[in-house]
Every structure is written in structure tokens, then in C-alpha cells.
Design a protein around this ligand. Structure first.
Ligand code: GUN
Length: 285
């Protein structure tokens, strides 16, 4: 039976580290840390995420600046706001909550965010830096996954790592981070053939495909570390991951639950990136 990886506890530890360093830098250097969070429209899930990000800022001692814009906001108006925030010295990090309404080109907005304030690490410059292993920010969810794997004491070097999902936000950067830690990495996706066979070879399996209970216990190698990035709502209103937990926990050595696994890590890593941004902008790092 697998040990459950407690994402809430690991996330609390990361936030505590950030809070401690924030308080110290404020005292010793007068450094203040600010995060701007921009939300456009009324997507209820986005609203919840943004509120959680604001709460996390307060908890670690950051100033948060929220910009809640109407659904009808034009791309030009949003670009204007991003440019104002790029120049605002109180703002160390800028997060534009995705998805944006259909009439706004997400790429144009991401490209407009100053790479130094891009705490999501979505800007092509930051994506490129991750590719060459010379980065200051890591995308929050994959960075959180790495921290969870680390918390199990697993050494990634030489391990067979299988990432299921190839999104720009999770799958692709996740594969890069595992590669940097000397994993042997395979990226699978919805069109992969022999998925079960590939999964059965995985010492570390990271699943981010966005399909409820997609990976079942019979696809998991005995003793594997299983990280479930999925967050799906079933018809009965219950949340579930991309991994069928009951059958998977019988085979894995460590497994993340949903909720309470990867989810809490994303915000903790956002706080860490924002502190890094503030330190860099103040010439402290
Ligand atoms: N929407 C869902 N996840 C994220 C995220 O990590 N960052 C942003 N900006 N939007 C999101």
C-alpha cells in the first residue's frame, strides 16, 4: 500500500520558508514584495484560484494588488494594464489568470509581461531559459511536483520518468525538470500507442492529461512514485484526479491524493517565484 504524499503539509512548509525570508528581508533590507493578480471576466474557477492566491500573499507577508476586469475588456486595455504593471516598482510579479475570454489573444498578453515579473514562467524567454537550464522562475505546477517527489526521498537520477500530458504549462516543462535531475524521460499524450506498456516501465509517473481516472492500477509498476496533477469534477460533484486512486495506491510506493496533493503546491511555488522576483529586482540575487 502506497504512502500518501501530503501536498498540504509540503505546501505549508514552502510557504513558511517564504514567509520567514520575506520577514527577514523586510527587516534587514526594507524589501517589500508585491504580486499583481489580474482576472478578466467571471469564470468561477478562476475566481476561486485568484482568491486563494490573494490569501496566500497575505499569509506570507506580500502585498497583493488585484485587478478584476470586465468580461468585455479589450485586448488593448489589458495590454495597457500589463504595461502599467511592468513599470510599477511596487509590483514584483504579474499573474494574468488564464483562461482569458475568447476575444483576447493569450499569447499576446503573455508576451507583453516583463520576463522579470513573469512569475508563472509562461513568457517565451522564461520557457527558453528552462530549456537550457538557466532559469530563475520555474512554472509553478511542475516546480511543485518536483518538490513533492523530493519530499519522498526519491533520487531521480537514472530513473525512468513518464510524463503523461504535453501542455505548455505542465507536461513539457515537467519533462525538462525531470531531465535536469538526470531522469530518463518519456512524454506521452492522448495519441501515444502502447501507453500501458510505457507506464508499466515508469519508476516515476506524472499524470497531467485532464481525464478522470485515466490511469488505473494495472498500468502502474510496483513501487512507482505516482504524481497526479489532474483535477476533474465528476457528475456527482466530487473532485477526482487523472489516476484511479484506489487501484493505484495498491501498486505505488508513494502517491498524491486529489484534492490535497499537487493543487496546494502550485500557489506555494507562486509565492516562491514572487519572492525570487523581488530579490532580483532589488539586486539581492
Ligand atoms: N489558470 C490555471 N492555472 C493557471 C496558472 O498556473 N497560472 C495562470 N496565470 N492561470 C492559470
Amino acid at each position: 500500500m502506497a504512502q500518501i504524499i501530503d501536498g498540504k503539509a509540503v505546501s505549508a512548509a514552502v510557504k513558511a520558508e517564504v514567509a520567514e525570508e520575506t520577514a527577514r528581508l523586510r527587516e534587514e533590507k526594507g524589501l517589500k514584495v508585491g504580486l499583481a493578480v489580474v482576472i478578466v471576466g467571471n469564470n468561477p474557477a478562476s475566481r476561486v484560484y485568484v482568491n486563494n492566491k490573494k490569501k496566500a500573499c497575505e499569509a506570507v507577508g506580500f502585498q497583493s494588488y488585484e485587478y478584476a476586469l470586465e468580461e468585455s475588456t479589450t485586448q488593448e486595455q489589458l495590454l495597457d494594464l500589463v504595461n502599467v504593471l511592468n513599470r510599477d516598482s511596487r509590483v514584483n510579479g504579474i499573474l494574468v489568470q488564464l483562461p482569458l475570454p475568447g476575444h483576447i489573444d493569450e499569447k499576446a498578453i503573455i508576451n507583453a509581461i516583463s520576463p522579470d515579473k513573469d512569475v508563472d514562467a509562461f513568457h517565451p524567454i522564461n520557457v527558453g531559459r528552462i530549456m537550457i537550464g538557466d532559469y530563475s522562475f520555474l512554472p509553478c505546477t511542475p516546480a511543485g511536483v518536483m518538490r513533492l517527489i523530493e519530499s519522498t526521498g526519491t533520487d531521480i537520477t537514472g530513473k525512468q520518468c513518464v510524463v503523461i500530458g504535453r501542455s505548455n504549462i505542465v507536461g513539457k516543462p515537467q519533462a525538462m525538470l525531470l531531465l535536469q535531475k538526470n531522469g530518463t524521460v518519456t512524454i506521452c499524450h492522448s495519441k501515444t500507442k502502447n501507453l500501458k506498456e510505457i507506464c508499466l516501465g515508469a519508476d516515476i509517473l506524472v499524470v497531467a492529461i485532464g481525464r478522470a481516472n485515466f490511469i488505473t492500477g494495472d498500468m502502474i509498476k510496483e513501487g512507482a512514485v505516482v504524481i497526479d496533477v489532474g483535477m476533474n469534477r465528476l457528475d456527482n460533484g466530487k473532485l477526482c484526479g487523472d489516476v484511479e486512486f484506489e487501484s493505484a495506491e495498491k501498486r505505488a510506493s508513494f502517491i498524491t491524493p486529489v484534492p490535497g496533493g499537487v493543487g496546494p503546491m502550485t500557489i506555494a511555488m507562486l509565492m516562491k517565484n514572487t519572492l525570487t522576483a523581488a530579490k532580483q529586482q532589488a539586486g539581492l540575487e
